[in-house]
Design a protein around this ligand. Sequence first.
Ligand code: ZN
Length: 282
Amino acid sequence: MIIAFLIIISVMIPGCLNAEDPNTEDPDNIAAESYFQGSGDIMTDLAYNSDTLYQVSTINALLEGFYDGDTSLEALKSRGDFGIGTFTALDGEMIVLDGEVYQVKDDGVAYLTNDSMTTPFAAVTFFEADETGVISEPMDKEQVERYLEELMPNRNIMYAVKITGTFEYMKTRSVPRQTQPYPRLTEVTKNQPTFELTNVEGTIVGFWLPSYMNGVNVPEYHLHFITDSKDAGGHILEYNIINGTVEIDNTYDFYLSLPQSSDLMDIDLSKDNNSELEMAEK
Ligand SMILES: [Zn+2]
């Protein structure tokens, strides 16, 4: 009777026998085992997968005026060496490049940051190029975007986008530091300072995200700029590139970290903010 019972159990739960079988080649088991055998901490291994987009808060929270973050730049840098975002009190545009975090304030100047500063919204990854292209003739923003899309294998995953080159023209904006009670993002960007650079060398840093990220982040392109001399930049509005290199990092994993703030819990994050998103971020 006991033998019969064990046979039934083993037929019903094939995994419990496979787990004992060293010859099992089930790829799911191998993947799971590698997580267990890595650092001994599954969550650490998942979070540090270099193809993870790590994000703090949501774009809808930012549009609603949630500007107080509780994630330090030190914590953010442990999740990626490349990305974009903003700072607590909406104090400028963030560019993360080669592990350094730059802050372009409302004077258009890029400042180095310190690790104790915090962010209410940011997205980073560890950048490793999967696709590379060369721009050898002048292109405007739309032409570069079409060229990038030729390099993307599909529209269903996330892409980190890096463009290094010489820019005939670069128009950016930043946002001024806000005080409580915070206005909505569209109120701030109505009077956003803009900056124009000409014949400048630098790097475009950002992401192309699928439409299903709507409400969580900015669908399609969201790109920031930092000069090679690390003295200026911002959120990109327009540009013309003379020549450069385009790199795309195919990104398959997504990790969302929500601030543990009662202010965030009081916001309605279910609203359709697409018209405000167009005004504030495009
Ligand atoms: Zn931006």
